[in-house]
Ligand binder design. Structure first.
Ligand code: GAR
Length: 210
């Protein structure tokens, strides 16, 4: 088996997506070599500690000065992919530029619908019949980079924002690890600023059903 694909995961809170990423490391042949959080008390850091994964925490600082430390430590760990898994800050351009086409984010909506916050409530307010989550590359615009993969769920008439969020989170736990696997295996790759999936230009998101 080829050596594992080396990733860093950035979180801000509960970290259930991080837990699913860690659980599927062997199955999908990638390795979480570092977890970074802008919250020292993020509950998700416990999953990293339980698995002896190095942790780096920092205080978010509008001057972006502290992000330089994050950039340094990511460099030191030779990470091949940066995964934003519930990281609730907007990364500034110098950070994105250094890791061009190497940062992905999971967002709880069927992008380009509903970038930003409160996606579940917006789905309910608009009486949408389907909802979903997307994994996309990160660029300088909010939730706007190239979409790689999506999963969708039916919206039950009795759903509220909380129940819908829970139902979707369960699906996110499959979507994100599998997408990391596709990138680690070079099945999803950038060539000349175009995104390919299995050697064909990706024109619509890869749909992941379970
Ligand atoms: C997830 O639903 C993720 O999609 C969302 O935050 C939650 C984190 O849950 N991310 C965003 O809203 C980013 N804009 P987790 O901490 O349990 O993984």
């Amino acid at each position: 088996m080829s050596s594992a694909f080396n990733i860093v995961v950035l979180i801000s809170g509960t970290g259930s997506n991080l837990a699913s990423i860690i659980d599927k490391q062997q199955q999908y042949n990638y390795k979480v070599s570092l977890v970074v959080s802008n919250q020292k008390s993020a509950k998700g850091l416990d999953f990293a500690k339980q698995n002896n994964i190095p942790i780096f925490t920092f205080n978010w600082d509008k001057s972006d000065r502290l992000l330089l430390d994050v950039q340094n430590i990511i460099r030191q760990h030779n990470c091949q992919l940066i995964v934003l898994a519930g990281f609730m800050k907007i990364l500034p351009s110098p950070f994105i530029d250094e890791f061009k086409q190497k940062i992905i984010n999971i967002h709880p909506s069927l992008l380009p619908k509903y970038p930003g916050l409160n996606t579940h409530q917006r789905v309910i307010d608009n009486k949408d019949q389907t909802h979903g989550a997307s994994v996309h590359y990160v660029n300088a615009q909010l939730d706007a980079g190239e979409i790689i993969s999506q999963t969708s769920i039916n919206v039950d008439l009795n759903s509220n924002a909380e129940s819908l969020g829970k139902q979707l989170l369960f699906r996110e736990h499959s979507l994100l690890p599998y997408t990391i696997h596709l990138i680690g295996q070079n099945r999803v790759e950038w060539r000349d600023d175009k995104l390919y999936f299995d050697h064909k230009i990706l024109t619509t998101p890869i749909i992941i059903y379970d």
